[in-house]
Write a protein that binds this ligand. Structure first.
Ligand code: TXA
Ligand code: MG
Length: 329
């Protein structure tokens, strides 16, 4: 199969629509990461997502809809706080989990009685979803366990020959996946942290819990138990406090003849002498936006990525550290 990368226009949207209607897959940009989309009402198409990514069959998918889509067709028991949150943050990088009405095929939620819904703000995503006019099930458009893609080229690097079309909407500005929020209880609960932080949710909803995986418990968000975001090279991760040791390790690797890179933000970079740096940028939003791009650059140019955590650990950094520790832990 030949994989085409096309800019988003009438022609590529028409092609995307016909691929989706035939039960095929289309990769499309969102403000977080690129998604690998299929018709959520077509069970075979959704199964193709799992096969193409090599995704474990018990890790459910998010359904994407355009702005203005009536989600009460798909879910019910929407609590009042969820309506306030939707008003405050959608379209945007927030996925909300509700009770499913069982309209989308069961493979999407892996048999759970809930459904995760997301309304992305990316203009290209909105055009695609509106043009196709169907709920689109989509995970990140990477091979399972690999770093999520934030450019069309990243998608091609993982899925060349496996899908027909990648809609190119440029580099994703958010950079880490959406916040996944369980809205089935009396209080919203963060299942996966992201750019919409727990504090931001609590400010609108009054309160907000955060789910922490407990050994032996049935996992509420099945994706949490799997390996994720792994670059194809060796990795190490140091706390901010141990950044001097990271530099020492860099020197040891380099002396051994290994191609090493230190991955860190601008503040840490100042303490790294003349080491080769994968610079994540200055503030938390830059660090989130650059994280996957720099991990993918690192695996291309280095034998080992030595990551150093930023000093700041709250807000958006909760989501960043969650990914960084899975990628390099
Ligand atoms: O930003 C994003 O969310 C991207 C873009 C493409 O929209 N998508 C994404 O999908 O990250 P994926 O498949 O890589 O991650 C989906 C996450 C997983 O952790 C999964 O377990 C959780 O959402 N999830 C999906 N349905 C769920 C449900 N019904 N209940 C609880 N968690 C669910
Ligand atoms: Mg993913």
């Amino acid at each position: 199969m030949k994989t085409r990368i096309l800019a988003i226009d009438e022609n590529s949207l028409e092609l995307a629509k016909s691929i989706i209607n035939e039960g095929g897959l289309v990769a499309f940009p969102t403000e977080t990461v690129y998604g690998l989309g299929a018709n959520a009402l077509n069970d075979d198409a959704v199964k193709l997502i799992y096969a193409t990514k090599g995704r474990p069959s018990d890790n459910p998918l998010i359904v994407h809809v355009h702005k203005g889509y009536d989600i009460t067709e798909l879910v019910d028991n929407i609590p009042e706080y969820a309506k306030l949150l939707a008003k405050a943050f959608l379209p945007g990088p927030l996925t909300m989990v509700y009770n499913s009405r069982g309209v989308v095929c069961p493979t999407v939620s892996c048999g759970l009685n809930t459904l995760a819904i997301r309304v992305p703000s990316h203009e290209g995503a909105q055009k695609f979803l509106k043009y196709v006019g169907l709920p689109i099930a989509a995970p990140s458009a990477n091979v399972s366990k690999h770093v999520s893609p934030v450019t069309a080229q990243h998608v091609l690097d993982d899925l060349d020959g496996k899908i027909k079309l990648i809609l190119d909407g440029g580099k994703c500005t958010g950079g880490i996946e959406s916040t996944v929020l369980d809205c089935t209880g009396d209080v919203p609960c963060v299942l996966r942290s992201g750019l919409v932080t727990r504090d931001m949710v609590a400010q609108v909803a009054g309160e907000c819990d955060e789910y922490h995986m407990v050994e032996c418990e049935r996992v509420r968000s099945p994706g949490m138990k799997y390996k994720h975001y792994l670059p194809r090279c060796k990795t190490m991760l140091f706390d901010y406090e141990h950044r001097a040791e990271a530099l020492k390790e860099y020197k040891i690797c380099t002396a051994r003849g290994e191609r090493a890179r230190i991955m860190c933000d601008e503040q840490v970079a100042r303490d790294m002498e003349d080491a080769k740096i994968l610079n994540l940028g200055g503030d938390e939003n830059a660090v989130a936006a650059n994280l996957y791009d720099k991990l993918r650059e690192g695996e291309r140019v280095a034998d080992i990525i030595i990551a150093v955590a930023p000093q700041k650990q709250d807000g958006v950094m909760v989501g960043v550290m969650n990914r960084l520790s899975k990628a390099c832990g």
